[in-house]
Design a protein around this ligand. Structure first.
Ligand code: DI6
Ligand code: FE
Length: 402
């Protein structure tokens, strides 16, 4: 029988639906066996069966679920510092995109990068997230836009857990942009590349979820629907970049497919919020892109709250609109830019981020969950959102191992 471990002398922000804010338990203990949490509660209530467990004293630190970054484009080639500079010299994001820059320049760099280079570049970025207590992240394709490179990106994403102690969920984002060789022929791109790439990636077991970019500079709802129809046929859940720069009804469309999440949603209206509520679709808030693009339209946080739509929050790390390699800074941005509360932002990278990924065994500290935890040198969970540019991580526990 696997030996139990009992973590003691800690404050647990369980994020489970409890009476206390953050599901907080002072002077708590957490028992772990075979990579799973088997008991969480006040130290005085530890069941006798854990009397013989190996004890790990966490010296009064705060323990949260391991953090989850549920929206990243962390696998990509190159960078876009020069376009950042262009925008600072007056060009808009759309103008940069229409001038053949934007996503397309990253496509060129990604196509030109070997699998090894893509992997080692991604691992450097993943390591920065891990150092902030991240134990699970989502990674998208969408910078290949040809069958071979889309598959390569997904293989790289899949390889990451063999090199690092993190879980990875992959999203197929073939409907991210039309590549230059299909300029003006969006429909042909969807038929000849996007859908065949999706089928191939699925056949190779490389896809967990199907994503798209529903926007004037990307694909319209009818085109996204064609990709989502294939996802449904393959039994894959969907999610969507929706209402980022304008309102095309993307969130409503996604909700009609029972989407796991609709992401960005600055321009989401009340109908879209209601559709998400009815479908159980999680709102993924991405302050890094809002900040980088100097967007002024804020996502409708009050409406989401009012209608009880669960909110997640993520880095959206990508070389164009969100070169934000910090989930802790993202928490602070959610609070300061959008007036989310520190409890909402922490829930957004734990319980609700798990929801956005369709994962039921991570994101809260409770019996039966994977023993993925972050141990912090802080007293109160609000400190995770409060400081800017400070990382209080003490250690991570992954699958029960410190
Ligand atoms: N929305 C975004 O903000 C990023 N992709 C997307 O669908 C932008 C990606 C890029 O500019 O490279
Ligand atoms: Fe994105």
């Amino acid at each position: 029988m696997a030996k139990n471990t009992l973590f003691i002398n800690l404050t647990a922000a369980t994020m489970a639906h409890d009476t206390a804010p953050y599901g907080l338990i002072e002077d708590a203990a957490i028992a772990v066996e075979a990579g799973r949490i088997c008991w969480v509660g006040p130290k005085g209530d530890v069941p006798a069966e854990y009397n013989t467990a190996d004890i790990v004293d966490l010296e009064r630190r705060l323990v949260t679920p391991g953090l989850i970054d549920c929206h990243t484009h962390i696998v990509h080639g190159g960078d876009r510092a020069v376009e950042f500079e262009m925008r600072l010299n007056g060009a808009s994001y759309e103008e940069v995109a229409r001038a053949g820059g934007g996503i397309v320049s990253t496509v060129k760099a990604t196509r030109g990068a070997s699998e090894d280079t893509l992997l080692s570049d991604a691992l450097r970025r993943v390591d920065v997230l891990i150092a902030e207590g991240v134990t699970c992240l989502e990674i998208k394709s969408g910078y290949g836009l040809d069958i071979e490179t889309e598959l390569r990106m997904l293989r790289v994403a899949h390889a990451i857990p063999t090199h690092r102690n993190v879980h990875v969920k992959t999203s197929f984002l073939g409907a991210h942009a039309t590549p230059p060789e299909y300029a003006g022929r969006d429909e042909a791109y969807i038929d000849e590349v996007c859908i065949p790439a999706l089928r191939a990636a699925h056949a190779q077991g490389l896809v967990d979820v199907v994503d798209g970019f529903c926007e004037g500079i990307a694909f319209g709802p009818d085109q996204i629907a064609r990709v989502f129809d294939v996802a449904t046929e393959l039994g894959l859940p969907v999610k969507l970049h929706a209402e980022q720069l304008s309102n095309l009804g993307g969130a409503r469309l996604a909700a009609s497919y029972g989407a796991l999440s609709a992401d960005h949603i600055e321009y989401l209206d009340q109908d879209g919020v209601k559709a998400m509520k009815d479908a159980g679709t999680t709102a993924v808030i991405l302050p890094g892109a809002f900040y980088t693009l100097r967007e002024t339209q804020e996502p409708p946080i009050d409406l989401l709250r009012k209608h009880g739509v669960p909110m997640a929050i993520a880095t959206d790390i990508n070389p164009g609109s969100s070169p934000l390699n910090s989930l802790l800074l993202t928490l602070n941005m959610g609070c300061t830019l959008f007036r989310m509360t520190p409890e909402e932002t922490l829930r957004g990278v734990t319980q609700n981020a798990a929801r956005a990924l369709g994962m039921s065994d991570v994101g809260v500290l409770a019996a039966g969950m994977r023993a993925d935890m972050a141990v912090w040198d802080i007293k109160h969970p609000a400190e995770l959102s409060y400081r800017i540019g400070f990382n209080p991580l003490h250690s991570r526990i992954f699958g029960g191992t410190l």
